[in-house]
Write a protein that binds this ligand. Structure first.
Ligand code: GLC
Length: 726
């Protein structure tokens, strides 16, 4: 029976009890006891709406909620049973529900698996898995406890907010039954009952925090390698990029720049003058990013170690410093959540980056990982006034580390370039992520798509993987196909490990270089479109890249497509991800579609077999739309230098909203941005400002449609007739 009527509604029957709290924004919190969430930041408000219980059931949007005698939550949609969520206590606290064999069950972050995780089991415990990842690997670097269920085209989301580990069985033990178990977290989850995946993901993202707004330049090309071991090599890489006219915006410095792998130090033999080097790079419009590891070298001569020691910042076991092994050898793991650590590490990173000219920080080994094996369960991360056990801290250790740095960029009124390998659901508002150590393997290329799409659904929306593969030797075909496949992923970085074959764009032959450059050029052209997606991501929690079903939730054929992805609403990418393949089947959702490069038209709602020899990937634009672009041939992104906006028109009529700001500073928060509304029909193109607070560098507006084009003075803001296109 319902014991308390109001918000929350409490149902009780004997010793069984469950509460449902109604929140603003289309979701509820269901709990026996609320999990402690003070180690993270989540944001929600209780709804003031009157909750009406009629004959034991509560109407909720298009759903209806009720309980059975066991205190299970029964969810109906349009009078039909949709979901029964059971709450039990077997070997821990369990939340379970059944689905059917046609259902799809998505989510859980970075697992290297297909979109639909049905039939597998996972563990939410941040892990540096050195094996070659695949769907049988229960845990990788990130713990994003978000599940999206599809059942007969009705979708719902579940988020488990505790930082303690969870075991998630999605139908391995018992077919078509999901069980989420935690020994330490109470039964407590948020349930998102909205009508579309888009609404569900946005509501979830607003709870955990929308990803932060990245710099426009961060959409550019990033080059990295664990092995750029000297100043000469860095100069060579940057010079080769520029000589070959291959676009480049950031170069990453892996651990070789450090002195004995001590954070915030530099190796004076390898890099005698980092500041000179990074200034030289800046003159070429390439910015420098440095790696920063979670473990601190145990060295009584090292100021960072000493500060941690003197201020009680070292995690302990049985009252003694816990000594782990990471790159520097014996290392300690600071209690980054300690207020003193937050200030100290922030200041340290700020000073180091300033002194050496770094503009971004890459955070690694922060699961945290020790080469001695798993950290013992009883490591103590307590801070004054709060006992923090290893089990509770582990999955947010990486987040606590990067929170030391998330505010330091503000000192210069710049948006953070901050990324992390470890991640919890609440991390993306501070840092973006990459997928960790993949290999130069065809199945890792293939998995990069569902992996990036799943991370995106789970809120880590600005992400990417190591293009070309991190571990193992690659080859030219694999590299080309990798670039073609990942070309519109949010974060684009080629990275590889020590002693493997070089895989920079120019490392193979002329043809590889040309194809690599060709697709980078397309990416750079599309940056205004991608930047629109960035703005939607950070203001509304809308993923930049999505699985097809996100845009077409009722389309049966869209529900399990693992080798195609949508970029925003209007672009779809369908690459080749198999060795030797030169033709593939592409599914086009409803509407008309146009090949971005050739203009060839395809009718939606069907499959086409499309030839894609090496050097060709499928980038398709939805009909009746406008794609905003930069001019061709940009080598780097310096906003002030980009004077032309190109509008590419597809179909007979269409519109687009374009967001524009300086791409770099936090001034957009003070309203310094423009929003344009462009539209076209048979007659021509018109546009108007919706917001106009930013001094745009655009001087020329170029309109392109099917091989014809016209240019006008951007500032004149006049209509362009389609017949003027030549
Ligand atoms: C880790 C990172 C990898 C990096 C290496 C050395 O394996 O995941 O990207 O290159 O450490 O720092």
């Amino acid at each position: 029976m319902i014991k308390e009527n109001g918000n929350p509604i409490i149902f009780e029957n004997g010793d069984k009890k469950i509460a449902v709290e109604f929140l603003v924004g289309g979701f509820v919190r269901v709990y026996e006891k609320k999990a402690k969430t003070d180690l993270i930041e989540i944001s929600y408000r209780k709804s003031n709406a009157k909750i009406e219980v009629k004959e034991g059931a509560i109407a909720y949007g298009s759903f209806e909620l009720s309980f059975d005698d066991e205190a299970s939550l029964i969810v109906k949609k349009s009078g039909k049973d949709y979901l029964v969520v059971k709450h039990t206590h077997e070997e821990g606290n369990n939340v379970s529900f059944s689905f059917n064999s046609e259902s799809h069950i998505y989510g859980l972050g970075d697992k290297m698996a297909q979109l639909d995780k049905k039939g597998y089991a996972y563990r939410q415990w941040n892990t540096d898995c050195t094996a070659r990842h695949d769907e049988l690997e229960p845990a990788l670097y990130k713990s994003l406890n978000f599940i999206l269920l599809e059942k007969e085209s009705t979708y719902c989301g579940l988020f488990f907010p505790s930082t303690y580990p969870y075991d998630v069985d999605l139908g391995l033990k018992e077919e078509n039954k999901a069980t989420i178990t935690s020994k330490d977290a109470p039964i407590d989850y948020f349930l998102f009952l909205e009508d579309t995946p888009k609404e569900i993901v946005s509501a979830y993202s607003s709870l955990v925090g929308h990803p932060y707004m990245v710099r426009l330049k961060m959409l550019g090309n990033n080059q990295s390698r664990w092995g750029y071991e000297s100043e000469a090599l860095v100069r060579e890489v940057v010079s080769k990029y520029r000589e070959n006219q291959i676009p480049l915006d950031y170069l990453h410095f892996d651990i070789f720049y450090m002195d004995g792998y001590r954070d915030f130090t530099s190796d004076k033999t390898r890099f005698p003058n980092l500041k000179n080097l990074t200034s030289w790079m800046k003159d070429k419009n390439v910015e420098a990013v440095c790696i920063n590891d979670a473990g601190i070298k145990l060295d009584p001569e090292f100021d960072v170690y000493n500060y941690c020691k003197d201020n009680g910042l070292i995690s302990t076991q049985n009252g003694k410093e816990l000594v782990a092994t990471v790159w520097p050898g014996d290392s300690i793991f600071p209690k980054y959540y300690h207020p003193k650590a937050q200030t100290f590490f922030g200041d340290k990173a700020y000073a180091f980056m300033k002194e050496n000219g770094f503009s971004g920080l890459w955070n690694d080994m922060n699961e945290p990982v020790s080469f001695k094996g798993e950290l013992p369960e009883d490591v103590d991360f307590s801070i004054p006034g709060r006992k923090v056990s290893h089990l509770e801290e582990h999955n947010v250790y990486g987040e606590h580390m990067i929170r030391c740095f998330s505010k330091i960029f503000e000192r210069d009124n710049i948006r953070p370039y901050l990324f992390s390998r470890a991640c919890f659901a609440t991390t993306p508002k501070y840092a973006f992520v990459w997928n960790g150590d993949n290999y130069s393997l065809w199945h890792h290329l293939r998995s990069s798509i569902p992996q990036v799409l799943t991370l995106s659904l789970c809120g880590a929306m600005f992400n990417g993987d190591d293009i070309g593969g991190f571990g193992g030797h690659g080859n030219r075909e694999l590299l080309i196909r990798w670039v073609e496949a990942n070309i519109l992923f949010p974060f684009f970085r080629n990275h590889s490990t020590l002693n493997t074959k070089a895989q920079e764009p120019y490392a193979y032959d002329e043809e590889t270089k040309e194809i690599y450059t060709h697709y980078l050029n397309i990416r750079y052209e599309l940056l205004p479109y991608l930047y629109n997606c960035v703005e939607e991501m950070s203001s509304k929690g809308i993923p930049m890249v999505r699985p097809l079903f996100y845009n077409y939730p009722l389309d049966e054929k869209s529900k399990c497509v693992n080798d195609q992805y949508m970029v925003g609403d209007d672009i779809m990418v369908a690459p080749i991800v198999d060795q030797g393949a030169t033709v593939r089947s592409v599914y086009f959702p409803k509407g008309n579609w146009y090949d971005y490069e050739t203009g060839e038209k395809y009718k939606g709602g069907r499959y086409y077999a499309i030839p894609m020899p090496l050097g060709k990937t499928g980038i398709y634009v939805r009909g009746n739309t406008i794609i905003p672009c930069f001019k061709k041939g940009l080598q780097y992104i310096e906003k002030e230098e980009i004077d032309t906006l190109v509008l590419r028109l597809y179909g007979n009529k269409g519109k687009c909203r374009l967001y524009e700001d300086d791409g770099k500073t936090l001034d957009y928060k003070k309203g310094k941005f423009n929003v344009y509304a462009f539209s076209f029909d048979k007659k021509g193109v018109t546009y108007k400002y919706i917001e106009k607070e930013y001094e745009s560098p655009f001087r020329t507006l170029k309109i392109k449609k099917g091989g014809k084009e016209a240019s006008i003075n951007f500032k004149e803001n006049k209509a362009v007739a389609l017949e003027d296109l030549k």
